[in-house]
Each structure stands twice: as C-alpha cells, then as structure tokens.
Design a protein around this ligand. Structure first.
Ligand code: C5P
Length: 225
C-alpha cells in the first residue's frame, strides 16, 4: 500500500514460536520462524502505524521502526501482548503459541534413568487469542488470529473463528513445504457473515498487506477514538 492508512494507529503483532521449558537446557517448541509476523510488523510500519512486536524466539533482524518485546514462553507472551493491547487499535496474533507446557520445570538438567525415561506431563496454556477477543481492551479493537491447518482448511477455519471469537482468521494450509520457514505463503482470510478472502500464493509481505487492508477497513476513519 502506498498510503499511510494506519497513521495514528497502534497495532500489536505477535510473532515466532513459544518455548516451554522442561529443564534449564531443554524446551518444547515449534517450527515457526517468525517471518510472517515480522512481515506484518514491517508493512504496518510502512503504512504509518506505531507497532509493538511481541517476538518469541525469532532470529530475524528487527523490522526498522517497530518496538520489539522479546518473550520466551506462552505465559510471557500473554503478559506482553495484554499489556501492549491496552491501548491498541488492532492485535494480530501471528505467533505459534504452544497449546501445552510441561507441568513442572526441573531445577536441574533431567538425567538419563537407565532405560526408563520419566514421562512428561503437560498442562494447558491460556488461549491468548480467545482471551483478547472476549475481553476487548477498547471498543472497536480489531483482533486477528492465524491458523495453520493440515486438512479440511475452510471447515476447521470457520470452526476456529467461532471458537476464538476473533474478527478475522487467516487460515493457511501447512505441510508440503508451505508456510514454515519459506518466504511465500497463501491463505484465506475468514470473517463474519461468511467473509472469505482468498490470498494467492506470494511473498509474506503481500499477505501482510492484504491483512492490513482488511484491518484498516474495519477500523474506519482515523481519529475516531
Ligand atoms: O488453536 P490454534 O493454536 O490453531 O490457534 C491459532 C491462533 O491462536 C493463533 O493466532 C495463535 O497465535 C493463537 N493462540 C493463542 N494462544 C494459544 C494458542 C494459540 O493466542 N494458547
């Protein structure tokens, strides 16, 4: 976009993937590189927004002009996102947040136990997207989720949009080398009243710009607050 249509807006983007500690040296993690979230942050800066980028374990250079808040675990990500969301016009949850974490973090490195490894017990993490959507920090705040699905993409996406309660859900198909760690992405953005906007395969920056187009539409006129 060539217009500063997000000028005067504060947007929050989460990016990367959380790590849930098992012991001082080990964690449960995921394959997210943060590329899509960083592209969202960079394009929002280019469109004039003040951008808070809550970044979980990403090794990419920080997008110029974004304020980066590094976090490690899902619970840290929750704290940082909720704090930044307090005065935000839009929140885009592009981070891959662990659904579960080990119930305890061993104080010392877990030792080999002669062929009988200890089981890992998991507990559920808070669903940050659902919480943000339910307890809007301000009226008219636009909340956007991402969903990676391997099958029945539209069906699962619709279901997830309803369950999470967000305004828009960017659904992409993963597997077959798409999405994780690749510069390209393709998706369908789902919204209320059957809205389904197809975004063809292309650079993650293009997908980011289409997402901001849809967010900007929902924000309406600048200076409304
Ligand atoms: O349920 P699922 O993990 O597929 O949902 C993905 C969306 O929900 C993403 O936007 C992700 O950032 C968000 N999420 C969250 N808190 C969780 C799990 C996922 O905010 N505990």
């Amino acid at each position: 976009s060539l217009t500063a249509d997000l000028a005067g807006r504060h947007v929050v983007v989460s990016a990367g993937g959380t790590r849930e500690a098992l012991d001082p040296v080990r964690f449960l993690g995921n394959r997210s590189t943060g590329m899509q979230g960083y592209a969202l942050a960079a394009t929002a800066v280019a469109r004039g927004a003040r951008v808070t980028l809550v970044s979980a374990n990403v090794s990419l250079p920080a997008p110029a002009g974004a304020e980066v808040r590094p976090v490690t675990s899902a619970r840290e990500l929750r704290e940082a996102v909720l704090a930044a969301a307090a005065d935000a016009d839009a929140v885009v949850m592009a981070a891959a947040v662990a659904d579960f974490r080990p119930d305890t973090v061993a104080a010392e490195k877990i030792k080999k136990t002669g062929g009988r490894p200890a089981p890992i017990t998991l507990v559920e993490n808070p669903d940050i997207l659902a919480e943000l959507s339910r307890d809007r920090a301000r009226e008219g705040q636009v909340v956007v989720g991402f969903a990676a699905e391997t099958d029945h993409v539209l069906e699962h996406g619709r279901d997830k949009l309803r369950r999470k309660g967000c305004d828009l859900l960017v659904v992409n198909q993963v597997g077959d080398g798409m999405a994780f760690g690749t510069p390209d992405n393709q998706a369908v953005v789902l919204g209320p009243d059957g809205l389904a906007v197809e975004i063809p395969r292309g650079p993650k920056e293009d997908l980011a710009d289409r997402v901001w187009d849809l967010v900007a539409e929902r924000l309406g006129e600048p200076g409304r607050h």
